[in-house]
Write a protein that binds this ligand. Structure first.
Ligand code: G6P
Length: 474
């Protein structure tokens, strides 16, 4: 990391996932999600060791290959944290994705808390900490990421007090009433407070965290810092806000290639050259509001104002965490809403919604961003959401409109989107209809301001700001 006072020190990045994942069917490919995409671009070319998991369990003795990541798939050195099938189901499926993920997203789905799974969460966090403690040079910087690794800062500090430790939470930190539901809250707060710096996506998350810590008398507040202990040498933990951005230049460059332009034109032609294209791109996750969005679009297309118009909606829903019941139920619910919406549209002779339930490569997503007129991001809760910022980065000609949920971190920076309350069907419909009818003058003005926001705070800026702040902490 760019440590002004320790250029020689190797720095470590800890995230549950490596930048590439392995699956026996697909082989190696880029890992899903905004965290990997932001980190990979922010840290490319730096002397960083990425510590993480390959996204699949180690095969049982004598069963199947466990190949090393092929050279060139990651721009950084890699230290792999292995997990058995049992650990994956308790740590990843259980605590990470059935407890913390729904809880930190306003408990939109009921979280499930199992103590025997939390014991495995603790063990995996210890494994990450041990890996770094055993290999990091004296005084090295370590940057720990997200809800999967909340115990690592304190575990690492206990083993290696010489290390400088930063933690960044990519998802929202919940309200006191929601955090109260967590049976392991003391362990989590203790774990996080092992860091020298804790970063959040929004001021609201940072404030909620500080209030939680102070209200429990774990620490007191001194300006932006938290102060731990009452001894003559209290320890300070800095808390600050670092909104994550995409690699805006890379997306703009990709969107301007003849291949992307040509593919975008073919996508539109393939749908019979619609007057306007609406687009949604998400992991198939219950936090993303996909079912309400489909309902809202269908209602707008059926309305008197738009019924005679030639409008195509494309929804990409990339499979995610499909071993979990909540995700299987979501898939069924989304498909039911889709089928009934398409039946209603067909009855009126209107275009069906085009639904894609597969992982698409970045180049295809970029072509869709270029092909679209109106991007729809209507998450019920979202730490940041990079899709909307990637879309903006791809609109080099200044066209394009964005309908954006107020419940995303991105809404703080993209105030020129058509902002909607994602749970309120009428408001989502209003936002979509307003964006569809906006004139070129208005939408170009809004897009120009959003592009300044996105290019002024990209992935590199995010990492630089975090690391610069981290290096001021000691
Ligand atoms: C979000 C989380 C990440 C996570 C990603 C993909 O962006 O903040 O920590 O990696 O989703 O989810 P997955 O469960 O596939 O890692």
């Amino acid at each position: 990391m760019r440590a002004p006072d320790s250029k020689a020190a190797v720095a470590y990045v800890l995230a549950n996932r490596l930048s590439v994942e392995y699956n026996v069917e697909t082989g190696w490919r880029t890992s899903p999600g905004g965290l990997v995409s932001a980190l990979d671009s922010a840290l490319r070319g730096l002397n960083v060791v990425w510590v993480g998991w390959r996204g699949s369990p180690v095969p049982e003795e004598g069963r199947g290959p466990h190949p090393a990541p092929p050279p060139g798939t990651s721009s950084m050195s890699v230290l792999e944290i292995p997990m058995s099938q049992h650990e994956v189901s308790h740590f990843y499926d259980g605590v990470c994705n059935a407890a913390f993920w729904p809880l930190y997203h306003d408990a939109v789905v009921d979280p499930v808390f199992r103590d025997e799974e939390f014991a495995v969460y603790r063990r995996i966090n210890q494994r990450f900490a041990d890996c770094v403690a055993a290999s990091a040079p004296l005084g090295a910087s370590v940057w720990v990421h997200d809800y999967q690794l909340q115990l690592v800062p304190a575990l690492l500090r206990a083993a290696r007090p010489d290390l400088r430790i930063g933690f960044f939470l990519h998802v929202p930190f919940p309200s006191a009433a929601v955090f109260e539901l967590l049976p392991w809250k003391d362990s989590v707060l203790h774990g996080l407070l092992g860091a020298d710096l804790i970063g959040f996506q929004t001021g609201a998350s940072a404030d909620r965290f500080c209030e939680e810590v102070c209200q429990r008398a774990v620490a007191s507040r001194d300006g932006r810092d938290l102060v731990l202990g009452e001894s003559a040498h209290p320890r300070r933990v800095a808390v600050d806000v670092f909104p994550v951005g995409p690699d805006a230049n890379r997306f703009e460059t990709l969107s301007a290639t003849p291949a992307a332009r040509d593919r975008a034109a073919r996508i539109r032609a393939g749908f019979g050259a619609p007057e306007q294209v609406l687009l949604g791109v998400d992991r198939l996750d219950y936090t993303k509001g996909i079912d309400i969005r489909i309902r809202a679009v269908a209602d707008v297309l059926k309305s008197a104002e738009y019924r005679g118009r030639n409008i195509q909606f494309i929804q990409v829903a990339m499979p995610s965490r499909s071993d979990l019941a909540a995700y299987q139920e979501l898939r069924i619910r989304v498909e039911e809403v889709l089928h009934s919406a398409n039946a209603e549209l067909a009855a009126l002779g209107l275009r069906p919604i085009h639904y894609v339930n597969e992982a698409l490569p970045t180049e295809e997503i970029v072509a869709l961003y270029v092909a679209a007129d109106v991007m729809l991001v209507t998450s019920l809760a979202d730490g940041m959401n990079l899709v909307c910022k990637e879309f903006v980065a791809c609109r080099g000609d200044g066209s394009g409109r964005l309908v954006l949920s107020r419940a995303t971190g991105a809404a703080e920076q993209l105030q020129d989107a058509w902002l909607v309350a994602p749970n309120d069907l009428a408001d989502v419909k209003r936002g979509i209809a307003d964006a569809l009818r906006a004139g070129a003058g208005e939408s170009h003005g809004r897009m120009a301001r959003m592009r300044r926001a996105v290019f002024g705070a990209d992935a590199r800026h995010w990492a630089d700001s975090f690391l610069a702040r981290m290096h001021q902490t000691r």
